[in-house]
Design a protein around this ligand. Sequence first.
Ligand code: NDP
Length: 448
Amino acid sequence: MGKALDEKLEPSLQTVIQRNPGETEFHQAVREVFESLGPVLAKYPEFGEHKVIERICEPERQVIFRVPWVDDKGQVQINRGFRVQFNSVLGPYKGGIRFHPSVYLGVVKFLGFEQIFKNALTGLPIGGAKGGSDFDPKGRSDSEIMRFCQSFMTELWRHLGEYIDVPAGDIGVGAREIGYLFGQYKRVTNRYESAVFTGKGLDWGGARARKEATGYGVAFFLNEMLKVRSEGLEGKTCSVSGSGNVAIYAIEKIHQLGGKVVACSDSDGFVHDKNGIDLKLLQQVKEIERRRIKAYADRSDASYISGGSIWSIPCDVAVPCATQNELNGNDAKMLINNGCSAVAEGANMPTTPDGIRAFLAAGVAFGPGKAANAGGVATSALEMQQNASRDSWTFEYTESKLSAIMEGIHNRCHRTAEEFGTPGNYINGANIAGFTKVARAMVALGLI
Ligand code: NDP
């Protein structure tokens, strides 16, 4: 159980739980936002009159579909595909697609719900959505991945469009998958509609710095949080969980800003490299060879720990970049006891409610994912801008925009937390600033 909710919000949470049985991650994400909203409803009674809370928890549209495909052995495989279009008052639906065996409606809905507020925080005109499949890409050949992506898009295309819904990548979906998905969309629609997908390859409409944006953005956000405490990343020892897209570029930017990342992981174990993670080796192992993180230790002086918690390694700063609920209350206590003073979430909802409570009680600077990892979707919106104007910006220009956006998000969260009487609480700041913007638009656009 978390802290008690405002008396107006408790019945709404119970309704969400009853109407969406078994979707525990969705319940967790809703509760976490509701915990911040009591003072907002008191300040803006019109949100209650217009039933914004009840409406915002109900997706505008949910699509669930069969994805049949044939594997390399000629066997028929059936997966389930999802797209939850949560809210479009600020712009076309926007949010990634995840391929992972753990994907079910509750995961897609928690991600879609978070995405509404994250996208609002960027200040850019994008609504919130998320999608995916329980397909497991691990160990699959390129042809299998292509056939799966083509089958997935053969259904999903009818729900997409540059003014309707614009997906991107997420766990298990990178440039290779986006290529196959976009290719099939182009084929069945007979349109070269670049802005219907973001995270595209640079040769076919992608934006420079999009691949790096989520990880870079997390490092920028972290640095801003440290600046408030008259500190910086310079000289800080960091642990970054995961070793995928977000983790790799968070590590790169933390190193550029003077920090030293000594540990990263995958779902099998973690590596501890006291000299600092060698980014080139990490990219070779993960991006080029698509191997397990153990291969990094096999080729370096780093130690590999199978299983176990990456959070047992002492660090000044922790950056969870793998998946939801990967950092629990015990992990948080270990980090705090080892002197960790700041956490920035690269993944979505990686810290459990227990973990969050422990960090806040210990005065750790805590940047929630919906603020700290918003650089990815923000740069996706910049990719849409470039596609719409048939333009292509330089890496440096795009990165400078990203850096300014992250500073803006940080300051908005910081200011809002102060305004609502909880200085330094970025969770409240992010939830209140994101929600208020969406709620105002929902009132303005009427009962839709
Ligand atoms: P990738 O697929 O590139 O990498 C995921 C990494 O996390 C891998 O190292 C993977 O290890 C690990 N991981 C995944 N699931 C688990 C699990 N159940 N337990 C332990 N480790 C796990 O995904 P991304 O880097 O794109 O995404 C990581 C997180 O960041 C997700 O929460 C995503 O929603 C979030 N995010 C991503 C954005 C983006 O632009 N890509 C934008 C904003 C947020 P293994 O290979 O063993 O599965």
